[in-house]
Structure formats: C-alpha cells, structure tokens
Design a protein around this ligand. Structure first.
Ligand code: CMC
Length: 384
C-alpha cells in the first residue's frame, strides 16, 4: 500500500451508495440534479426531444457533434447494414429457457455476440468503436428476436428503409408500425440514450477500466440495468398500473402500498431533487398515445397515481413512470420493457466505454473495513 493511500482513509466519511461522490469526468452527458436538467454533449434534452431522431442522437453521443446531412445518411446506412442476426447466435438463443427473464436473454446474447467476434479482445479504439456501432445497430434486433422466441414465434429480419425505432416494432410485431408509434418509440430511445454515471454506465466503465473487452462491459451494464431500482423499474411500473386496473383504484392502491411500506415504482431519484426532465417529455407522448389508442385508461391511471403519490409522500416521478404506459401503448409486452431501456442506453454505454478507453485509469475505490480483527486460527479438529 502506498503512503498516500491509507486504508481506512482517516478523515473520509463513507458515502453509502457513493451518493454525491464525483467519480470521474465526462463530456457525454450532464445530469444536473439541482436544476433538474439533462444535457447530451451540450444540448439540453428539451432541445433534442421531438426534433432529433435516435440515429442523430446516437451519432451525437459517439462523435460529439450532430451529424451533417451526409454524415447522417452514412450513419443510417451503416446501422442498416449491421442489422443482421448471426445465425450462430440465433441457434443458441433458441436453446434458452423460453420464459426466463428477457434481460437474462439479452445478457446471454451479448456475451455470445462477443464470443462470436474474432476481435473480442482487441483493445484498439477503432476496434472498440466498430463493436459499439454494431451492438447499437443489433440490440433492437436481438430484443425483437427475444420477444418473438419467448412468445414461441419465428424471428423476423430487419427491413431496409425503416428507422431504428420503426424497425424494432416491425421485427417484434411482423407489421410496420404507424408513424405515431414509431415516433413515440424514437422519442423514448432519444430520452433514455444517456444519463451520466448511472449504475449501469458506471458498471460498464468499471469493467472497461480493467482493460476487459467491450462486450464484457455491455454484459455487466445489462446485469446492472436488470435491477428494479434501475432499468426494471419500467416493467415494475407497468405491473403496478395493471394491478391498479382503473383510475378509481389508485387511492386504495396508494394506501395499501404505504401501509405495506413498499415502494412506488417509477418514483424517486438519487440525483434529481425535483421532477426528472425526461418524465415530462414522456408524459406528453404517453398522453397523446392514450388519446389516439381509444384506451386512455393507462395514462389516466398514471396521472392519478402521480397526483396521489405526490399528495401522500411528496415523491416526484422519474423516467420509468410514463415510460410504462408509452411502451404499453406501442404494443410492447411488459416483460420486454427493460430490454427497450437497454436498446436506448446502449449508445450511452458505448460512448462512455470509448471515453473510458481513451483516458483509462483502473476504477478501484476503498472500503472501510468494519469487520472483526485479530482472530486466532482454530484447527478444524478443535472446532465443534
Ligand atoms: N417509493 C416510496 N418511497 C420512496 C421511493 C419510492 N419510489 N423512493 C424513495 N423513497 C423514500 C425511501 O423510502 C426513503 O424513505 P425513508 O428515509 O423514510 O426510508 C427515502 O425516500 C430515500 O430513499 P433511498 O432509497 O435512500 O433513496 P435513493 O436515492 O437511494 O433511491 C431510488 C433512489 C431510485 C432507488 C428510489 O427512489 C427508488 O427505489 N425508486 C423506485 C424504483 C425506481 O423507480 N427506479 C428508477 C430510478 S430512475 C431510472 C433509472 O435509474 O433506471
């Protein structure tokens, strides 16, 4: 141990859950918790939402500027050319337990993708970037294949000429989505594309920081996103809406949840001290979808719940709350919700992995040991 690194660090308070700890620098996104603002590479989320497509935003996250028209055309072409499922991967996916968690499927799929890549352990930045672009293009294909296989259906290949979001819906449903559905999912992808050092991104950076490979970093990120306090909150939020069932049942549900000391999924945030800026945007999209679907119930339940939880507990909604009704309205099965989060966030994970690789230092915090000391070893034949 070096002299400059005492263990335990005498004057350092332990910040449980690393709350408030600045663990590194990034120029990819800024999560301003006090002012409830989110910025991607200099652009506020309000500036991009409804104007930029996921294709443009993923390019922005990767290359630090909005694409010119020709750059965007090339980027779209490149993503399009990479939307092909490896037959080896598909064969392995077909062997997985059909009803297992969709995020477990995705985690396995990316791991296999890595093993099928002859350049898996190549560290050169341009190789990492190549893998990242391929994974951004492929993830919705894999998620759609998972959705089809879990439902016992045949996998559908991507269709040329459709946007990233529209292609996912096409591959999942077997028919082209309406413009409104594709635009809604595109908005969702844009709003969830990156978010500072959230748990899954930090996991990815930590893994890459050991000089492990790109795929391992993404597999780790998927594992982190799978948790209900992070990405699976969108699935849990939908399950909550389904359990409530009607706007009239919101108040009794809130009372029950408070009595049982359970959490309201899609509420609360570690960083934002007010409403998550993404939530407002998603609410508008969900409302619109509810109106045109002819079944505004899921939006109405959500809106009533937002009010009731605020009155009861002064909790703000987070990004996952209106994601639930939005994803439901575009016809995505609840079990697939968290894979949608991964389809969006993979651009952010990739940008962070590349940023980490460009200026790497092993991520290795300290722990304050609070266990026993100075115990004496007792040979096995003298123990009970
Ligand atoms: N429902 C009920 N009570 C809550 C909630 C909630 N959703 N969120 C926070 N609280 C209460 C919590 O009970 C605690 O109260 P007390 O001090 O009386 O025990 C207090 O607020 C602080 O909670 P915490 O868990 O210490 O706060 P945190 O900063 O560690 O938690 C959180 C952040 C997101 C884990 C938490 O708000 C939560 O569990 N939310 C529900 C799950 C969820 O929606 N997750 C998605 C997060 S945003 C998108 C993403 O990252 O994927």
């Amino acid at each position: 141990m070096s002299v400059s690194e005492p263990n335990p660090p005498a004057a350092e308070p332990v910040r449980k859950g690393l709350e408030g700890v600045v663990a590194g620098e990034t120029s990819i996104s800024d999560v301003d918790g006090q002012n409830c603002q989110l910025i991607y590479r200099g652009y506020s989320i309000e500036e991009l939402a409804g104007k930029a497509s996921y294709e443009e935003v993923s390019f922005l996250l990767f290359f630090d500027h909005l694409p010119s028209r020709s750059e965007l055309a090339d980027w779209i072409k490149q993503l399009e050319s990479l939307r092909t499922l490896d037959p080896g991967l598909l064969e392995i996916l077909k062997c997985l337990p059909q009803k297992s968690n969709a995020m477990a499927w995705l985690r396995s799929a990316i791991s296999i993708l890595g093993q099928l890549d002859s350049e898996e352990d190549e560290e050169a930045l341009e190789v990492i970037q190549r893998k990242a672009i391929r994974t951004v293009a492929m993830l919705p294909c894999i998620a759609a294949a998972i959705g089809r296989l879990r439902a016992g259906k045949l996998v559908i290949e991507a269709k040329k000429g459709l946007s990233h979001a529209a292609n996912f819906l096409y591959m999942l449903h077997g028919s082209e989505p309406t413009t409104e559905q594709a635009t809604a999912l595109d908005a969702y992808f844009v709003l969830l594309a990156d978010h500072g050092f959230n748990a899954s991104t930090f996991t990815a950076r930590t893994i890459l920081g050991t000089k492990s490979d790109y795929y391992s970093a993404i597999v780790g990120a998927i594992g982190s996103l799978k948790g209900p306090l992070h990405g699976a909150a969108n699935r849990k939020a939908m399950e909550m809406l389904l359990e409530i069932g009607s706007p009239e049942q919101v108040v009794p549900y809130v009372q029950r949840t408070l009595e049982d000391h359970k959490r309201f999924m899609g509420f609360g945030h570690r960083v934002y001290k007010g409403e998550d800026p993404r939530a407002k945007q998603l609410k508008g999209v969900a409302k619109q979808l509810g109106e045109t679907s002819g079944d505004p119930r899921w939006f109405e339940i959500s809106e009533n719940l937002q009010k009731a939880v605020w009155e009861a507990k002064k909790l703000y909604i987070n990004v996952d709350f209106y994601s639930a009704s939005l994803l439901h309205y575009v016809g995505i099965p609840t079990e697939l919700f968290t894979t949608m989060f991964a389809c969006a966030r993979v651009a952010g994970w990739s940008a962070h992995v590349m940023e980490q690789a460009r200026d790497n230092r092993l991520i290795r915090p300290l722990a304050l040991y609070v266990g026993k000391r100075d115990l004496k070893f007792v040979p096995l034949n003298q123990r009970s």
